[in-house]
Design a protein around this ligand. Structure first.
Ligand SMILES: Cc1cc2nc3c(=O)[nH]c(=O)nc-3n(C[C@H](O)[C@H](O)[C@H](O)COP(=O)(O)O)c2cc1C
Length: 217
Protein backbone atom coordinates (compact mmCIF):
# COMPACT_ATOMS: atom_id res chain seq x y z
CA UNK A 1 0.00 0.00 0.00
CA UNK A 2 2.91 2.39 0.56
CA UNK A 3 4.29 1.96 -2.92
CA UNK A 4 2.84 4.51 -5.42
CA UNK A 5 2.15 1.73 -7.93
CA UNK A 6 0.05 -0.19 -5.42
CA UNK A 7 -3.12 1.70 -6.37
CA UNK A 8 -3.06 0.29 -9.89
CA UNK A 9 -2.43 -3.31 -8.83
CA UNK A 10 -5.14 -5.98 -8.90
CA UNK A 11 -7.24 -6.48 -5.81
CA UNK A 12 -8.17 -9.96 -4.59
CA UNK A 13 -11.77 -10.43 -3.49
CA UNK A 14 -12.85 -13.74 -1.99
CA UNK A 15 -16.51 -14.45 -1.26
CA UNK A 16 -16.99 -17.37 1.14
CA UNK A 17 -20.04 -19.14 2.50
CA UNK A 18 -21.00 -16.96 5.44
CA UNK A 19 -24.32 -15.22 5.44
CA UNK A 20 -24.07 -11.74 3.93
CA UNK A 21 -22.93 -12.60 0.41
CA UNK A 22 -24.51 -9.28 -0.55
CA UNK A 23 -21.56 -7.52 1.08
CA UNK A 24 -19.16 -9.29 -1.27
CA UNK A 25 -21.38 -8.65 -4.27
CA UNK A 26 -21.70 -4.95 -3.50
CA UNK A 27 -17.94 -4.69 -3.01
CA UNK A 28 -17.35 -6.40 -6.35
CA UNK A 29 -19.78 -4.03 -8.05
CA UNK A 30 -18.14 -0.96 -6.53
CA UNK A 31 -14.60 -2.04 -7.41
CA UNK A 32 -15.53 -3.02 -10.97
CA UNK A 33 -17.27 0.31 -11.49
CA UNK A 34 -14.03 2.00 -10.40
CA UNK A 35 -12.22 -0.02 -13.11
CA UNK A 36 -10.20 -1.61 -10.34
CA UNK A 37 -8.93 -4.99 -11.62
CA UNK A 38 -10.36 -7.70 -9.38
CA UNK A 39 -9.09 -11.25 -8.94
CA UNK A 40 -12.30 -12.95 -7.85
CA UNK A 41 -12.48 -16.14 -5.78
CA UNK A 42 -15.83 -17.64 -4.84
CA UNK A 43 -16.20 -20.73 -2.65
CA UNK A 44 -18.75 -23.46 -3.34
CA UNK A 45 -20.45 -22.61 -0.06
CA UNK A 46 -20.71 -18.97 -1.13
CA UNK A 47 -22.56 -20.06 -4.26
CA UNK A 48 -24.99 -22.01 -2.06
CA UNK A 49 -25.48 -19.01 0.23
CA UNK A 50 -26.15 -16.70 -2.75
CA UNK A 51 -28.80 -19.12 -3.88
CA UNK A 52 -30.41 -19.19 -0.41
CA UNK A 53 -30.17 -15.47 0.22
CA UNK A 54 -30.88 -13.97 -3.18
CA UNK A 55 -32.11 -16.78 -5.44
CA UNK A 56 -28.94 -16.43 -7.48
CA UNK A 57 -28.22 -19.62 -9.45
CA UNK A 58 -25.66 -19.12 -12.20
CA UNK A 59 -24.50 -22.69 -12.77
CA UNK A 60 -21.42 -22.81 -15.00
CA UNK A 61 -21.89 -19.16 -15.99
CA UNK A 62 -20.80 -17.71 -12.68
CA UNK A 63 -18.78 -14.79 -14.02
CA UNK A 64 -21.29 -13.67 -16.62
CA UNK A 65 -24.17 -14.32 -14.23
CA UNK A 66 -22.61 -12.19 -11.51
CA UNK A 67 -21.70 -9.36 -13.88
CA UNK A 68 -25.16 -9.37 -15.36
CA UNK A 69 -26.81 -9.37 -11.92
CA UNK A 70 -24.60 -6.49 -10.80
CA UNK A 71 -25.24 -4.46 -13.96
CA UNK A 72 -21.60 -4.68 -15.04
CA UNK A 73 -20.42 -5.08 -18.65
CA UNK A 74 -18.77 -8.30 -19.83
CA UNK A 75 -15.60 -6.23 -20.26
CA UNK A 76 -15.41 -5.52 -16.50
CA UNK A 77 -11.93 -6.13 -15.11
CA UNK A 78 -13.04 -9.15 -13.13
CA UNK A 79 -10.94 -12.28 -13.37
CA UNK A 80 -12.74 -15.28 -11.84
CA UNK A 81 -10.50 -18.16 -10.73
CA UNK A 82 -11.21 -21.78 -10.01
CA UNK A 83 -10.44 -22.57 -6.38
CA UNK A 84 -8.52 -25.66 -7.50
CA UNK A 85 -6.15 -23.68 -9.70
CA UNK A 86 -2.97 -23.40 -7.66
CA UNK A 87 -1.25 -22.16 -10.79
CA UNK A 88 -3.39 -19.01 -10.81
CA UNK A 89 -1.69 -15.61 -10.57
CA UNK A 90 -2.76 -15.00 -6.97
CA UNK A 91 -1.12 -18.25 -5.86
CA UNK A 92 2.31 -16.65 -6.11
CA UNK A 93 3.84 -13.89 -4.03
CA UNK A 94 5.70 -12.64 -7.08
CA UNK A 95 2.34 -11.61 -8.58
CA UNK A 96 1.84 -8.24 -6.96
CA UNK A 97 -1.56 -7.23 -5.68
CA UNK A 98 -3.10 -4.42 -3.72
CA UNK A 99 -4.20 -6.86 -1.03
CA UNK A 100 -7.12 -9.14 -0.37
CA UNK A 101 -10.51 -8.98 1.28
CA UNK A 102 -12.54 -12.02 2.29
CA UNK A 103 -16.09 -10.66 2.29
CA UNK A 104 -17.95 -12.28 3.92
CA UNK A 105 -15.59 -14.66 5.69
CA UNK A 106 -17.00 -17.93 7.04
CA UNK A 107 -15.77 -19.40 10.29
CA UNK A 108 -14.38 -22.30 8.27
CA UNK A 109 -12.22 -20.05 6.12
CA UNK A 110 -11.30 -17.97 9.17
CA UNK A 111 -9.98 -21.11 10.89
CA UNK A 112 -8.06 -22.19 7.81
CA UNK A 113 -6.44 -18.77 7.40
CA UNK A 114 -5.57 -18.53 11.09
CA UNK A 115 -3.71 -21.85 10.79
CA UNK A 116 -1.97 -21.19 7.51
CA UNK A 117 -3.84 -23.88 5.57
CA UNK A 118 -3.74 -23.76 1.78
CA UNK A 119 -6.41 -26.25 0.80
CA UNK A 120 -7.96 -24.04 -1.85
CA UNK A 121 -6.99 -20.90 -3.77
CA UNK A 122 -8.69 -18.58 -1.28
CA UNK A 123 -6.56 -19.97 1.52
CA UNK A 124 -3.40 -19.93 -0.60
CA UNK A 125 -3.93 -16.34 -1.78
CA UNK A 126 -4.55 -15.20 1.80
CA UNK A 127 -1.45 -17.02 3.06
CA UNK A 128 0.53 -15.31 0.30
CA UNK A 129 -0.80 -11.89 1.33
CA UNK A 130 0.23 -12.53 4.93
CA UNK A 131 3.71 -13.76 4.10
CA UNK A 132 4.27 -10.87 1.68
CA UNK A 133 2.97 -8.40 4.30
CA UNK A 134 0.17 -7.29 1.98
CA UNK A 135 -3.09 -6.23 3.48
CA UNK A 136 -5.56 -8.98 4.23
CA UNK A 137 -9.01 -8.20 5.61
CA UNK A 138 -11.54 -10.76 6.77
CA UNK A 139 -15.13 -9.67 7.29
CA UNK A 140 -16.33 -12.35 9.68
CA UNK A 141 -20.05 -13.14 10.04
CA UNK A 142 -21.43 -15.28 12.80
CA UNK A 143 -23.59 -14.92 15.90
CA UNK A 144 -22.37 -15.57 18.56
CA UNK A 145 -18.63 -16.19 18.27
CA UNK A 146 -17.25 -19.23 20.06
CA UNK A 147 -13.97 -19.34 21.94
CA UNK A 148 -12.15 -21.07 19.07
CA UNK A 149 -13.28 -18.46 16.54
CA UNK A 150 -12.27 -15.63 18.86
CA UNK A 151 -8.82 -17.21 19.19
CA UNK A 152 -8.63 -17.59 15.42
CA UNK A 153 -9.47 -13.93 14.96
CA UNK A 154 -6.77 -12.97 17.45
CA UNK A 155 -4.25 -15.20 15.68
CA UNK A 156 -5.04 -13.63 12.31
CA UNK A 157 -4.84 -10.14 13.76
CA UNK A 158 -1.47 -10.97 15.32
CA UNK A 159 -0.33 -12.21 11.91
CA UNK A 160 -1.13 -8.78 10.46
CA UNK A 161 -4.64 -9.19 9.07
CA UNK A 162 -7.46 -6.75 9.64
CA UNK A 163 -10.33 -8.55 11.32
CA UNK A 164 -13.61 -6.76 10.59
CA UNK A 165 -17.15 -7.60 11.55
CA UNK A 166 -20.10 -7.75 9.20
CA UNK A 167 -22.00 -5.66 11.73
CA UNK A 168 -23.12 -2.21 10.51
CA UNK A 169 -23.27 0.82 12.76
CA UNK A 170 -26.34 2.93 13.34
CA UNK A 171 -24.82 6.34 14.01
CA UNK A 172 -25.15 7.26 10.34
CA UNK A 173 -28.93 6.91 10.74
CA UNK A 174 -29.64 4.40 7.99
CA UNK A 175 -32.91 4.63 6.09
CA UNK A 176 -32.68 1.43 4.07
CA UNK A 177 -31.04 -1.96 4.02
CA UNK A 178 -28.80 -0.65 1.24
CA UNK A 179 -27.56 2.05 3.63
CA UNK A 180 -26.51 -0.68 6.05
CA UNK A 181 -24.79 -2.73 3.37
CA UNK A 182 -22.98 0.32 2.04
CA UNK A 183 -21.87 1.29 5.53
CA UNK A 184 -20.04 -2.02 5.93
CA UNK A 185 -18.72 -2.08 2.36
CA UNK A 186 -17.59 1.54 2.64
CA UNK A 187 -15.64 0.76 5.81
CA UNK A 188 -13.98 -2.19 4.03
CA UNK A 189 -13.02 0.10 1.13
CA UNK A 190 -11.60 2.60 3.65
CA UNK A 191 -9.21 -0.04 4.94
CA UNK A 192 -7.62 -0.35 1.50
CA UNK A 193 -7.57 3.36 0.77
CA UNK A 194 -10.34 3.32 -1.85
CA UNK A 195 -12.00 6.74 -1.86
CA UNK A 196 -15.72 6.33 -1.35
CA UNK A 197 -18.76 8.13 -0.10
CA UNK A 198 -20.94 5.05 0.29
CA UNK A 199 -22.06 6.02 3.77
CA UNK A 200 -22.49 9.09 5.93
CA UNK A 201 -19.43 9.54 8.07
CA UNK A 202 -19.50 10.69 11.66
CA UNK A 203 -20.31 14.42 11.80
CA UNK A 204 -21.60 14.43 8.24
CA UNK A 205 -25.16 15.62 7.81
CA UNK A 206 -27.72 12.80 8.21
CA UNK A 207 -31.45 12.29 8.46
CA UNK A 208 -33.12 10.98 11.64
CA UNK A 209 -34.05 7.30 11.88
CA UNK A 210 -37.69 6.75 10.91
CA UNK A 211 -39.71 5.91 14.02
CA UNK A 212 -41.01 2.55 12.65
CA UNK A 213 -37.39 1.40 12.40
CA UNK A 214 -37.20 1.62 16.17
CA UNK A 215 -40.42 -0.25 16.93
CA UNK A 216 -39.71 -3.83 17.88
CA UNK A 217 -43.25 -5.07 18.61
C1 LIG B 1 -27.63 -20.12 4.13
C2 LIG B 1 -26.31 -20.38 4.82
C3 LIG B 1 -25.83 -19.45 5.68
C4 LIG B 1 -24.62 -19.66 6.34
N1 LIG B 1 -24.14 -18.69 7.17
C5 LIG B 1 -22.94 -18.83 7.75
C6 LIG B 1 -22.39 -17.77 8.52
O1 LIG B 1 -22.98 -16.71 8.70
N2 LIG B 1 -21.15 -17.95 9.02
C7 LIG B 1 -20.43 -19.10 8.83
O2 LIG B 1 -19.30 -19.18 9.32
N3 LIG B 1 -20.93 -20.13 8.11
C8 LIG B 1 -22.16 -20.02 7.56
N4 LIG B 1 -22.67 -21.04 6.79
C9 LIG B 1 -21.93 -22.31 6.72
C10 LIG B 1 -20.77 -22.26 5.72
O3 LIG B 1 -21.28 -22.04 4.42
C11 LIG B 1 -19.99 -23.57 5.80
O4 LIG B 1 -19.33 -23.69 7.04
C12 LIG B 1 -18.99 -23.75 4.68
O5 LIG B 1 -18.27 -24.95 4.90
C13 LIG B 1 -18.03 -22.61 4.55
O6 LIG B 1 -17.14 -22.93 3.49
P1 LIG B 1 -16.17 -21.84 2.83
O7 LIG B 1 -15.40 -21.24 3.95
O8 LIG B 1 -15.31 -22.65 1.92
O9 LIG B 1 -17.00 -20.88 2.08
C14 LIG B 1 -23.89 -20.85 6.13
C15 LIG B 1 -24.39 -21.79 5.23
C16 LIG B 1 -25.60 -21.57 4.58
C17 LIG B 1 -26.11 -22.59 3.61
Amino acid sequence: MDHPESKTLPFILAITGASGSVYGLRLLQYLAELDQPVELLVSKAAIRVMSEEADLNFGDELRSGLLNYLGLPASALVNLHSLNDYGASVSSGSYRTRGMAVVPCSLGTLGALAHGLTENLIQRAAAVCLKEKRQLLVLVREMPFGHIQLKNMLALSEAGAVVASACPGFYHRPQTLCDQIDFVVGRVLDQFGFENSLFKRWKEESKPLPVPGLRLS
